[in-house]
Ligand binder design. Structure first.
Ligand code: ZN
Length: 360
């Protein structure tokens, strides 16, 4: 089916508007069904009123747009989210040699009582605030309807997450992590009592996959252009974040801590490319390492602790491709990540302070 989407062009914008062929079925007035992913708009209405999927982005729509512009923007968002979610899932399946479990994407989720401009990945189980939806056992991506305009871009554009490939890729990255590294050891937990929290390695891996799929280390260069390059909230991967910046035991800083891992992966991939290597080989090495880390060994508590360690995932990475291992090991060392020691030990080593006896 013909579909209008944004194609990433490595620039600081939503991408280039283009028409592509999308293997999707219109399953309802606000739902698209693809082999890998189902995408629905939780706000209802009938955004999908055409026989094809060629809709206008309408500058993101939003509360100030007219009814028809908002309808177009929602239909474009459904299409754009479906296209990018499918692209990310196929990318991972090609590297893994097998498909990932089906993904559900809910667009316009959590839009009342207030507007939400973010995205998150959820599994069945207690979360705060609780989910109003029965969450699919294989995992769901929820994208808000948007809350504000993209700052500092001249012409106003309403920041609808479904229009933003970076947000879609990041959240699908968590689905890839859940079914490979499984950082919270959810395979060892009851299916209806899963842990949706994210650790730094989960956030960092999701950001790295986003950078590969976008073809730029400035993954949030569009909607966070107003944030300086050196600020961790910009989440640029080509800044050298090291273990010296780690804030251990602070789950509230999982994104910032994750940038250390994401930027180290980016450095390693760039070195592999510079050595006449191929980037896809490095990506395959990473996916193999994630699957290796997720192999069940101990109890939930033991596994959560083990899978939270940068050194453990680095060891899996080095084991996944012996030929690339020396290059990757050296790149990781430049970020203070070594194949032995707890996270706090790596931080102390990078800061040049004594190694603490208690590790995390
Ligand atoms: Zn995340």
């Amino acid at each position: 089916m013909r579909a209008a989407v944004y194609l990433p062009d490595g620039g600081v914008g939503p991408g280039r508007l283009a028409e592509v062929e999308l293997a999707a079925q219109i399953a309802g007035p606000a739902e698209l069904a693809l082999a890998e992913v189902t995408v629905c708009d939780e706000r209802g209405g009938e955004p999908l009123h055409r026989p094809d999927l060629v809709y206008e982005p309408a500058a993101g729509g939003g509360p100030l747009a007219g009814a028809e512009a908002e309808r177009q923007a929602r239909a474009f968002g459904l299409t754009n989210a479906a296209y990018h979610a499918q692209r990310a899932l196929r990318f991972a399946a090609d590297l893994l040699g097998e498909p990932l479990p089906h993904l559900v994407v809910r667009v316009g989720a959590h839009s009342s009582p207030s507007r939400w401009g973010g995205g998150h990945y959820r599994l069945p189980g207690d979360v705060s605030p609780p989910e109003p939806y029965p969450v699919a056992p294989t995992g769901e991506v929820h994208l808000g309807g948007g809350r504000a305009f993209v700052p500092g871009t001249g012409a106003p554009y309403f920041n609808a997450p479904a229009h933003n490939a970076a947000i879609v890729y990041h959240e699908v990255g968590h689905h890839i992590c859940r079914h490979t590294a499984d950082f919270r050891a959810n395979r060892l937990r009851p299916p209806d009592d899963q842990h949706s929290g994210k650790v730094a390695l989960d956030e960092g891996t999701a950001d790295f996959l986003t950078a590969v799929l976008l073809g730029t280390p400035d993954i949030y260069g569009w909607h966070r252009r107003h944030i300086p390059h050196w600020d961790p909230r910009r989440r640029r991967l080509d800044a050298r974040w090291t273990m010296a910046f780690l804030r251990p035991r602070s789950s509230g800083h999982a994104h910032a801590n994750g940038t250390i891992w994401a930027s180290a992966l980016w450095t390693a991939r760039c070195r592999v490319l510079a050595d006449d290597g191929d980037g896809e080989r490095f990506d395959r090495m990473l996916l193999r390492a994630l699957s290796g880390l997720g192999r069940p060994e101990g109890t939930v508590a033991d596994e959560q602790d083990r899978r939270n360690r940068f050194s453990e995932l680095l060891r899996e990475l080095l084991a996944a491709d012996a030929a690339l291992a020396p290059t990757v090991r050296a790149a990781m060392a430049d970020h203070g990540i070594h194949p032995e020691g707890g996270n706090a030990e790596l931080r102390a080593r990078m800061r040049g302070t004594s190694t603490p006896a208690v590790t995390t």
